[in-house]
Design a protein around this ligand. Structure first.
Ligand code: AMP
Length: 216
């Protein structure tokens, strides 16, 4: 099963992707996570990506596409994958199509999480991440049991640098101008499935599972 999870920053892609990965046994590939991991390990990729991420801009396609291309060639992707945060513009989508074609594969579905701009802004302000294990929480709908502390490992929760208000506005503009057109791109290919992402996370997940069952 080869799936793309589409949606604005803060639409709940990461939360849903972790659940889908477990249920359907396919690797969850998040370009944002790959960049953050490289930044924390001080790699050359991390240094390059950081310049763009901290301004809320897209990392250049050449770097992003090559990272995804090599990740998709890893053995655990043979039976499928779930892409989260990639593609983020038409050029990346076309590059993905070409790569899959070369491998004799194609996407089964693109799941679009529909969430209003007001909800997105509210959610991004509430997002907290564990500094130790990376688990994500949201003060609006997925609160930790104790304030500022990770339920899983007891680590301290922090606000992602790019979730700060000034960067959030840039990220939302980038989404509107560059990522939103992907909805029509995939609609045109007949593989877009939209899900109401305004519902509680477990309801959203239920809807996603129902549509993905047929690709199992
Ligand atoms: P995310 O965790 O998916 O919200 O990604 C965090 C940041 O990483 C984004 O705001 C971008 O700066 C960068 N990023 C993630 N995925 C991509 C992508 N497909 N293309 C370019 N930049 C990306």
């Amino acid at each position: 099963m080869r799936i793309v999870l589409l949606g604005s920053p803060g639409s709940g892609k990461g939360t849903q992707a972790s659940c889908i990965e477990k249920e359907f046994g396919i690797p969850h590939i998040s370009t944002g996570d790959i960049f953050r991991d490289n930044i924390s390990r001080n790699t050359a990729i991390g240094a390059e990506a950081k310049k763009f991420i901290e301004r809320g801009l897209l990392v250049p396609d050449s770097l992003t596409v090559s990272i995804v291309e090599s990740r998709l060639l890893e053995e655990d992707c043979n039976e499928g994958f779930l892409l989260d945060g990639f593609p983020r513009n038409i050029a990346q989508a076309e590059a993905l199509d070409k790569d899959l074609e070369k491998m004799g594969k194609k996407l089964d579905a693109v799941v679009n999480l529909e969430v209003s701009a007001e909800t997105i802004i509210e959610r991004m302000a509430g997002r907290r991440i564990c500094s130790d294990c990376g688990e994500s929480y949201n003060l609006c709908f997925l609160k930790p049991a104790a304030d500022g502390i990770c339920d899983k490992c007891g680590g301290k929760l922090y606000i992602r640098e790019d979730d700060k208000p000034e960067t959030v506005m840039n990220r939302l503009n980038v989404y509107k101008n560059q990522t939103f057109p992907l909805i029509d791109y995939y609609k045109g290919k007949g593989i877009l499935i939209s899900v109401n992402g305004e519902q509680p996370a477990d309801k959203v997940y239920g809807d996603i599972c129902r549509v993905l069952e047929r690709f199992k």
